[in-house]
Design a protein. Structure first.
Length: 422
Protein backbone atom coordinates (compact mmCIF):
# COMPACT_ATOMS: atom_id res chain seq x y z
CA UNK A 1 0.00 0.00 0.00
CA UNK A 2 2.76 2.46 0.96
CA UNK A 3 4.47 1.73 -2.35
CA UNK A 4 1.76 3.81 -3.97
CA UNK A 5 2.84 7.45 -4.09
CA UNK A 6 -0.82 8.58 -4.02
CA UNK A 7 -1.38 6.80 -0.70
CA UNK A 8 1.75 8.40 0.76
CA UNK A 9 0.68 11.87 -0.40
CA UNK A 10 -2.83 11.37 1.01
CA UNK A 11 -1.46 10.26 4.40
CA UNK A 12 0.90 13.24 4.46
CA UNK A 13 -1.95 15.58 3.51
CA UNK A 14 -4.18 14.27 6.32
CA UNK A 15 -1.33 14.49 8.84
CA UNK A 16 -0.59 18.09 7.84
CA UNK A 17 -4.32 18.92 8.00
CA UNK A 18 -4.55 17.43 11.50
CA UNK A 19 -1.53 19.38 12.74
CA UNK A 20 -2.82 22.60 11.21
CA UNK A 21 -6.26 22.00 12.79
CA UNK A 22 -4.75 21.40 16.25
CA UNK A 23 -2.55 24.49 15.96
CA UNK A 24 -5.52 26.57 14.81
CA UNK A 25 -7.68 25.25 17.70
CA UNK A 26 -5.00 26.16 20.23
CA UNK A 27 -4.56 29.63 18.75
CA UNK A 28 -8.33 30.18 18.69
CA UNK A 29 -8.69 29.01 22.31
CA UNK A 30 -5.92 31.39 23.42
CA UNK A 31 -7.54 34.25 21.50
CA UNK A 32 -11.01 33.57 22.97
CA UNK A 33 -9.56 33.24 26.48
CA UNK A 34 -7.82 36.60 26.25
CA UNK A 35 -10.94 38.27 24.87
CA UNK A 36 -13.14 36.74 27.61
CA UNK A 37 -10.62 37.87 30.20
CA UNK A 38 -10.77 41.42 28.87
CA UNK A 39 -14.59 41.40 28.93
CA UNK A 40 -14.77 40.07 32.50
CA UNK A 41 -12.08 42.50 33.63
CA UNK A 42 -14.03 45.41 32.16
CA UNK A 43 -17.20 44.15 33.94
CA UNK A 44 -15.38 43.78 37.28
CA UNK A 45 -13.89 47.25 36.92
CA UNK A 46 -17.36 48.66 36.25
CA UNK A 47 -18.78 46.92 39.37
CA UNK A 48 -15.85 48.09 41.51
CA UNK A 49 -16.40 51.68 40.34
CA UNK A 50 -20.14 51.54 40.99
CA UNK A 51 -19.76 50.01 44.47
CA UNK A 52 -17.02 52.46 45.37
CA UNK A 53 -19.24 55.40 44.43
CA UNK A 54 -22.06 54.06 46.61
CA UNK A 55 -19.89 52.94 49.50
CA UNK A 56 -16.77 55.07 49.63
CA UNK A 57 -15.67 53.41 52.83
CA UNK A 58 -15.11 50.14 50.88
CA UNK A 59 -13.01 51.70 48.13
CA UNK A 60 -9.77 50.31 49.50
CA UNK A 61 -11.11 46.76 49.99
CA UNK A 62 -13.10 46.23 46.79
CA UNK A 63 -10.17 45.61 44.35
CA UNK A 64 -8.67 43.06 46.71
CA UNK A 65 -11.97 41.26 47.11
CA UNK A 66 -12.48 40.93 43.36
CA UNK A 67 -8.87 39.80 42.78
CA UNK A 68 -8.67 37.41 45.77
CA UNK A 69 -8.24 33.77 44.81
CA UNK A 70 -8.93 32.66 48.38
CA UNK A 71 -12.41 34.15 48.41
CA UNK A 72 -13.18 32.67 44.98
CA UNK A 73 -12.05 29.27 46.21
CA UNK A 74 -13.78 29.51 49.63
CA UNK A 75 -16.85 27.18 49.70
CA UNK A 76 -18.50 29.23 52.46
CA UNK A 77 -18.20 32.42 50.46
CA UNK A 78 -19.63 30.73 47.37
CA UNK A 79 -22.52 29.26 49.37
CA UNK A 80 -23.32 32.63 51.00
CA UNK A 81 -23.26 34.31 47.60
CA UNK A 82 -25.50 31.64 46.12
CA UNK A 83 -28.11 32.10 48.91
CA UNK A 84 -28.06 35.82 48.45
CA UNK A 85 -28.46 35.48 44.69
CA UNK A 86 -31.34 33.04 45.21
CA UNK A 87 -33.20 35.58 47.39
CA UNK A 88 -33.17 38.01 44.49
CA UNK A 89 -33.88 35.39 41.81
CA UNK A 90 -30.40 35.45 40.33
CA UNK A 91 -29.50 31.80 40.95
CA UNK A 92 -30.43 30.59 37.42
CA UNK A 93 -30.12 33.81 35.50
CA UNK A 94 -30.93 33.89 31.79
CA UNK A 95 -28.02 34.21 29.37
CA UNK A 96 -29.68 37.28 27.86
CA UNK A 97 -29.10 39.07 31.16
CA UNK A 98 -25.35 38.32 30.90
CA UNK A 99 -24.17 40.34 27.89
CA UNK A 100 -20.63 39.05 28.17
CA UNK A 101 -21.68 35.39 28.00
CA UNK A 102 -24.20 36.01 25.22
CA UNK A 103 -21.73 37.98 23.13
CA UNK A 104 -19.00 35.41 23.65
CA UNK A 105 -21.33 32.56 22.72
CA UNK A 106 -22.37 34.36 19.52
CA UNK A 107 -18.80 35.07 18.52
CA UNK A 108 -17.78 31.50 19.34
CA UNK A 109 -20.54 30.03 17.17
CA UNK A 110 -19.63 32.23 14.21
CA UNK A 111 -15.88 31.58 14.59
CA UNK A 112 -16.32 27.81 14.90
CA UNK A 113 -18.72 27.71 11.94
CA UNK A 114 -16.43 29.75 9.69
CA UNK A 115 -13.36 27.81 10.83
CA UNK A 116 -14.92 24.40 10.28
CA UNK A 117 -16.35 25.44 6.90
CA UNK A 118 -12.93 26.69 5.81
CA UNK A 119 -11.28 23.51 7.08
CA UNK A 120 -13.73 21.22 5.29
CA UNK A 121 -13.63 23.30 2.11
CA UNK A 122 -9.81 23.22 2.07
CA UNK A 123 -9.74 19.48 2.73
CA UNK A 124 -12.38 18.91 0.03
CA UNK A 125 -10.40 20.87 -2.57
CA UNK A 126 -7.13 19.16 -1.65
CA UNK A 127 -8.69 15.69 -1.63
CA UNK A 128 -10.40 16.29 -4.99
CA UNK A 129 -7.11 17.44 -6.48
CA UNK A 130 -5.29 14.48 -4.97
CA UNK A 131 -7.82 11.92 -6.17
CA UNK A 132 -7.96 13.58 -9.60
CA UNK A 133 -4.15 13.62 -9.95
CA UNK A 134 -3.98 10.11 -11.52
CA UNK A 135 -6.72 11.10 -13.98
CA UNK A 136 -4.84 14.27 -14.94
CA UNK A 137 -1.61 12.32 -15.38
CA UNK A 138 -3.37 9.68 -17.49
CA UNK A 139 -4.97 12.39 -19.65
CA UNK A 140 -1.58 14.08 -20.20
CA UNK A 141 -0.03 10.70 -20.90
CA UNK A 142 -2.79 9.98 -23.42
CA UNK A 143 -2.26 13.35 -25.14
CA UNK A 144 1.51 12.76 -25.29
CA UNK A 145 0.99 9.29 -26.76
CA UNK A 146 -1.46 10.71 -29.30
CA UNK A 147 1.19 13.23 -30.35
CA UNK A 148 3.64 10.37 -30.88
CA UNK A 149 1.14 8.56 -33.11
CA UNK A 150 -0.13 11.54 -35.10
CA UNK A 151 2.95 13.77 -35.28
CA UNK A 152 5.74 11.19 -34.85
CA UNK A 153 7.60 13.27 -32.31
CA UNK A 154 9.25 12.21 -29.02
CA UNK A 155 7.04 11.78 -26.00
CA UNK A 156 7.24 15.07 -24.05
CA UNK A 157 5.60 13.92 -20.80
CA UNK A 158 7.16 11.67 -18.20
CA UNK A 159 5.84 10.13 -14.97
CA UNK A 160 8.48 8.91 -12.56
CA UNK A 161 7.51 6.69 -9.65
CA UNK A 162 7.47 3.19 -8.24
CA UNK A 163 3.69 2.93 -7.90
CA UNK A 164 1.31 1.26 -10.33
CA UNK A 165 0.80 4.46 -12.33
CA UNK A 166 4.56 4.97 -12.59
CA UNK A 167 5.00 1.41 -13.85
CA UNK A 168 2.17 1.93 -16.36
CA UNK A 169 3.74 5.19 -17.56
CA UNK A 170 7.11 3.47 -17.93
CA UNK A 171 5.55 0.78 -20.11
CA UNK A 172 3.67 3.38 -22.14
CA UNK A 173 6.91 5.32 -22.69
CA UNK A 174 8.63 2.15 -23.88
CA UNK A 175 5.68 1.51 -26.19
CA UNK A 176 5.88 5.10 -27.45
CA UNK A 177 9.57 4.72 -28.25
CA UNK A 178 8.94 1.49 -30.14
CA UNK A 179 5.95 3.02 -31.89
CA UNK A 180 7.95 6.08 -32.90
CA UNK A 181 10.74 3.89 -34.25
CA UNK A 182 8.19 1.75 -36.10
CA UNK A 183 6.57 4.83 -37.62
CA UNK A 184 9.97 6.20 -38.62
CA UNK A 185 10.87 2.86 -40.17
CA UNK A 186 7.58 2.82 -42.05
CA UNK A 187 8.31 6.28 -43.41
CA UNK A 188 11.80 5.15 -44.43
CA UNK A 189 10.36 2.04 -46.06
CA UNK A 190 7.79 4.16 -47.85
CA UNK A 191 10.48 6.52 -49.16
CA UNK A 192 12.63 3.54 -50.12
CA UNK A 193 9.71 1.97 -51.99
CA UNK A 194 8.99 5.22 -53.82
CA UNK A 195 12.62 5.60 -54.82
CA UNK A 196 12.87 1.96 -55.87
CA UNK A 197 9.70 2.13 -57.96
CA UNK A 198 10.92 5.36 -59.57
CA UNK A 199 14.30 3.76 -60.30
CA UNK A 200 12.74 0.58 -61.70
CA UNK A 201 10.34 2.52 -63.89
CA UNK A 202 13.22 4.63 -65.16
CA UNK A 203 15.41 1.59 -65.86
CA UNK A 204 12.61 -0.38 -67.54
CA UNK A 205 11.35 2.53 -69.59
CA UNK A 206 14.17 2.39 -72.16
CA UNK A 207 14.11 -1.38 -72.89
CA UNK A 208 10.30 -1.37 -72.96
CA UNK A 209 10.31 1.48 -75.44
CA UNK A 210 12.82 -0.41 -77.59
CA UNK A 211 10.74 -3.57 -77.45
CA UNK A 212 7.63 -1.65 -78.51
CA UNK A 213 9.47 -0.07 -81.45
CA UNK A 214 10.94 -3.39 -82.64
CA UNK A 215 7.61 -5.09 -82.15
CA UNK A 216 5.97 -2.55 -84.47
CA UNK A 217 8.75 -3.05 -87.01
CA UNK A 218 8.31 -6.84 -86.86
CA UNK A 219 4.57 -6.46 -87.44
CA UNK A 220 5.30 -4.47 -90.58
CA UNK A 221 5.18 -6.83 -93.58
CA UNK A 222 7.71 -4.69 -95.41
CA UNK A 223 10.46 -5.61 -92.92
CA UNK A 224 13.09 -7.77 -94.57
CA UNK A 225 13.74 -11.24 -93.05
CA UNK A 226 17.36 -10.28 -92.34
CA UNK A 227 16.29 -7.19 -90.45
CA UNK A 228 13.58 -9.16 -88.65
CA UNK A 229 16.20 -11.62 -87.36
CA UNK A 230 18.38 -8.74 -86.14
CA UNK A 231 15.39 -7.13 -84.43
CA UNK A 232 14.55 -10.42 -82.69
CA UNK A 233 18.13 -10.67 -81.42
CA UNK A 234 17.91 -7.13 -80.03
CA UNK A 235 14.58 -7.92 -78.38
CA UNK A 236 16.10 -11.02 -76.82
CA UNK A 237 18.99 -9.00 -75.37
CA UNK A 238 16.63 -6.35 -74.00
CA UNK A 239 14.48 -9.05 -72.40
CA UNK A 240 17.54 -10.63 -70.80
CA UNK A 241 18.60 -7.23 -69.51
CA UNK A 242 15.13 -6.63 -68.03
CA UNK A 243 15.12 -10.11 -66.45
CA UNK A 244 18.52 -9.51 -64.90
CA UNK A 245 17.45 -6.09 -63.62
CA UNK A 246 14.26 -7.40 -62.03
CA UNK A 247 15.96 -10.44 -60.43
CA UNK A 248 18.79 -8.30 -59.06
CA UNK A 249 16.36 -5.80 -57.57
CA UNK A 250 14.42 -8.66 -55.97
CA UNK A 251 17.61 -10.05 -54.48
CA UNK A 252 18.61 -6.69 -53.02
CA UNK A 253 15.13 -6.05 -51.65
CA UNK A 254 14.96 -9.47 -50.01
CA UNK A 255 18.42 -9.13 -48.53
CA UNK A 256 17.70 -5.68 -47.12
CA UNK A 257 14.34 -6.83 -45.76
CA UNK A 258 15.89 -9.93 -44.13
CA UNK A 259 13.58 -12.21 -46.11
CA UNK A 260 16.44 -14.52 -47.18
CA UNK A 261 17.94 -17.06 -44.79
CA UNK A 262 21.60 -17.67 -45.52
CA UNK A 263 22.88 -21.22 -45.06
CA UNK A 264 26.19 -20.34 -43.45
CA UNK A 265 28.83 -23.02 -43.01
CA UNK A 266 32.57 -23.00 -42.39
CA UNK A 267 34.09 -23.55 -45.81
CA UNK A 268 37.30 -22.64 -47.70
CA UNK A 269 37.16 -19.22 -49.29
CA UNK A 270 39.30 -20.40 -52.20
CA UNK A 271 36.51 -22.57 -53.57
CA UNK A 272 33.98 -19.75 -53.18
CA UNK A 273 36.28 -17.28 -54.97
CA UNK A 274 36.82 -19.74 -57.82
CA UNK A 275 33.07 -20.24 -58.04
CA UNK A 276 32.68 -16.46 -58.40
CA UNK A 277 35.48 -15.99 -60.94
CA UNK A 278 34.86 -18.91 -63.29
CA UNK A 279 31.76 -17.48 -65.08
CA UNK A 280 33.62 -14.19 -65.68
CA UNK A 281 36.72 -15.55 -67.42
CA UNK A 282 35.05 -15.42 -70.83
CA UNK A 283 34.10 -11.75 -70.30
CA UNK A 284 37.65 -11.01 -69.11
CA UNK A 285 39.09 -12.75 -72.18
CA UNK A 286 36.89 -10.68 -74.49
CA UNK A 287 38.11 -7.49 -72.80
CA UNK A 288 41.72 -8.76 -72.73
CA UNK A 289 41.84 -8.53 -68.93
CA UNK A 290 43.70 -11.10 -66.87
CA UNK A 291 42.01 -12.35 -63.68
CA UNK A 292 44.60 -13.38 -61.09
CA UNK A 293 43.71 -15.23 -57.90
CA UNK A 294 46.55 -15.17 -55.38
CA UNK A 295 46.25 -18.09 -53.00
CA UNK A 296 47.41 -17.50 -49.38
CA UNK A 297 50.10 -19.72 -47.85
CA UNK A 298 47.53 -21.19 -45.50
CA UNK A 299 44.07 -21.72 -47.03
CA UNK A 300 41.56 -19.37 -45.40
CA UNK A 301 38.26 -20.60 -44.10
CA UNK A 302 35.30 -18.51 -43.05
CA UNK A 303 31.70 -18.97 -42.01
CA UNK A 304 29.64 -17.96 -45.04
CA UNK A 305 26.99 -18.96 -47.52
CA UNK A 306 29.10 -20.08 -50.51
CA UNK A 307 26.42 -19.29 -53.09
CA UNK A 308 25.64 -15.76 -51.93
CA UNK A 309 29.21 -14.80 -51.10
CA UNK A 310 30.27 -16.03 -54.54
CA UNK A 311 27.63 -13.79 -56.07
CA UNK A 312 28.92 -10.79 -54.09
CA UNK A 313 32.55 -11.48 -55.07
CA UNK A 314 31.45 -12.08 -58.66
CA UNK A 315 29.82 -8.65 -58.78
CA UNK A 316 33.01 -7.04 -57.49
CA UNK A 317 35.15 -8.89 -60.04
CA UNK A 318 32.71 -8.13 -62.87
CA UNK A 319 32.76 -4.44 -61.94
CA UNK A 320 36.58 -4.50 -61.92
CA UNK A 321 36.78 -6.24 -65.31
CA UNK A 322 34.32 -3.83 -66.93
CA UNK A 323 36.35 -0.83 -65.76
CA UNK A 324 39.80 -2.23 -66.63
CA UNK A 325 41.64 -1.30 -69.82
CA UNK A 326 42.83 -4.04 -72.21
CA UNK A 327 46.09 -5.65 -71.15
CA UNK A 328 45.54 -4.95 -67.44
CA UNK A 329 44.85 -7.39 -64.61
CA UNK A 330 42.27 -7.86 -61.87
CA UNK A 331 43.87 -9.30 -58.73
CA UNK A 332 42.01 -11.18 -56.00
CA UNK A 333 43.75 -12.10 -52.77
CA UNK A 334 42.80 -13.12 -49.24
CA UNK A 335 44.27 -11.92 -45.95
CA UNK A 336 43.53 -13.16 -42.43
CA UNK A 337 43.73 -11.02 -39.27
CA UNK A 338 42.72 -11.90 -35.68
CA UNK A 339 39.39 -10.13 -36.22
CA UNK A 340 38.59 -10.31 -39.94
CA UNK A 341 39.21 -12.33 -43.05
CA UNK A 342 39.53 -9.80 -45.85
CA UNK A 343 39.09 -10.39 -49.58
CA UNK A 344 40.76 -7.79 -51.84
CA UNK A 345 39.61 -7.19 -55.43
CA UNK A 346 42.02 -4.81 -57.19
CA UNK A 347 41.81 -3.44 -60.72
CA UNK A 348 44.04 -1.17 -62.81
CA UNK A 349 41.37 1.03 -64.32
CA UNK A 350 41.03 4.78 -64.05
CA UNK A 351 39.38 4.52 -60.62
CA UNK A 352 36.58 6.54 -59.10
CA UNK A 353 36.80 10.20 -58.22
CA UNK A 354 36.84 10.97 -54.50
CA UNK A 355 33.53 12.83 -54.69
CA UNK A 356 31.82 9.68 -55.98
CA UNK A 357 33.21 7.25 -53.37
CA UNK A 358 30.52 7.88 -50.70
CA UNK A 359 27.79 7.06 -53.24
CA UNK A 360 29.04 4.08 -55.22
CA UNK A 361 27.10 1.58 -53.06
CA UNK A 362 23.79 3.31 -53.70
CA UNK A 363 21.35 1.62 -56.06
CA UNK A 364 21.49 2.84 -59.69
CA UNK A 365 24.41 5.16 -58.92
CA UNK A 366 27.03 5.21 -61.66
CA UNK A 367 30.21 7.24 -61.26
CA UNK A 368 31.05 6.76 -64.93
CA UNK A 369 29.10 6.15 -68.08
CA UNK A 370 29.01 2.50 -69.07
CA UNK A 371 26.83 -0.47 -69.74
CA UNK A 372 26.07 -1.19 -66.09
CA UNK A 373 22.96 0.00 -64.25
CA UNK A 374 24.49 0.42 -60.80
CA UNK A 375 23.14 -2.65 -58.98
CA UNK A 376 26.15 -4.96 -58.66
CA UNK A 377 27.90 -3.04 -55.85
CA UNK A 378 24.70 -2.49 -53.79
CA UNK A 379 23.98 -6.22 -54.03
CA UNK A 380 27.53 -7.07 -52.90
CA UNK A 381 27.20 -4.67 -49.96
CA UNK A 382 23.87 -6.20 -48.90
CA UNK A 383 25.37 -9.71 -48.99
CA UNK A 384 28.38 -8.54 -46.94
CA UNK A 385 26.12 -6.98 -44.30
CA UNK A 386 23.99 -10.14 -44.08
CA UNK A 387 27.26 -11.97 -43.31
CA UNK A 388 27.90 -9.39 -40.57
CA UNK A 389 30.76 -8.11 -42.67
CA UNK A 390 31.87 -4.81 -44.20
CA UNK A 391 32.39 -3.81 -47.83
CA UNK A 392 34.54 -0.76 -48.55
CA UNK A 393 36.37 0.80 -51.49
CA UNK A 394 39.61 2.81 -51.75
CA UNK A 395 41.49 4.40 -54.62
CA UNK A 396 44.86 2.90 -55.45
CA UNK A 397 47.93 5.10 -55.30
CA UNK A 398 48.69 4.53 -58.96
CA UNK A 399 45.55 3.67 -60.83
CA UNK A 400 42.37 1.75 -60.29
CA UNK A 401 40.32 0.76 -57.26
CA UNK A 402 40.50 -1.84 -54.52
CA UNK A 403 37.35 -3.26 -52.95
CA UNK A 404 37.75 -4.89 -49.54
CA UNK A 405 35.17 -7.39 -48.27
CA UNK A 406 35.81 -8.14 -44.57
CA UNK A 407 34.14 -11.12 -42.84
CA UNK A 408 34.22 -11.99 -39.12
CA UNK A 409 37.07 -14.43 -38.44
CA UNK A 410 36.09 -16.08 -35.18
CA UNK A 411 32.52 -17.23 -35.66
CA UNK A 412 31.43 -20.88 -35.52
CA UNK A 413 29.52 -22.21 -38.46
CA UNK A 414 25.80 -22.62 -38.11
CA UNK A 415 22.96 -22.88 -40.52
CA UNK A 416 19.99 -20.59 -39.95
CA UNK A 417 17.58 -21.90 -42.52
CA UNK A 418 17.51 -22.94 -46.13
CA UNK A 419 18.35 -20.48 -48.87
CA UNK A 420 15.43 -19.07 -50.80
CA UNK A 421 15.81 -19.65 -54.50
CA UNK A 422 15.18 -16.75 -56.82
Amino acid sequence: MWRNSGTRRLALLLAVAALVSIAAAWAFAAYETNRLKRDWTDRDNALIGELASRHPELSAELPGLFASKEIAADPKAREAGRKLAAEYGLEDIDVSLLPIVGSDRHRLRISLTVGLLFLFASLTVLLIREFDRPNRQIRRLTDALESVVKQNRPMDYRIYGEDDLGQLAHRVQELALRLQETISQLHRDKDFLKETIADISHQLKTPLASLMVYNELLKDERTAPVDAGEFLDICGRELERMEWLILTLLKIARLEAGALDLQRVRAPLGATIERAVEPLRKLASQKEVDIRVIEPEKPAEAVHDPRWLAEAIGNLVKNAVEHSPPGSAVTIRTERTPVFIRIFVRDEGQGVDERHLPHIFKKFYRAQSGSGVGLGLPLAKSVAERHEGILSAVRNEGAGMTFVLALPAGRDGQGDGSLTTL
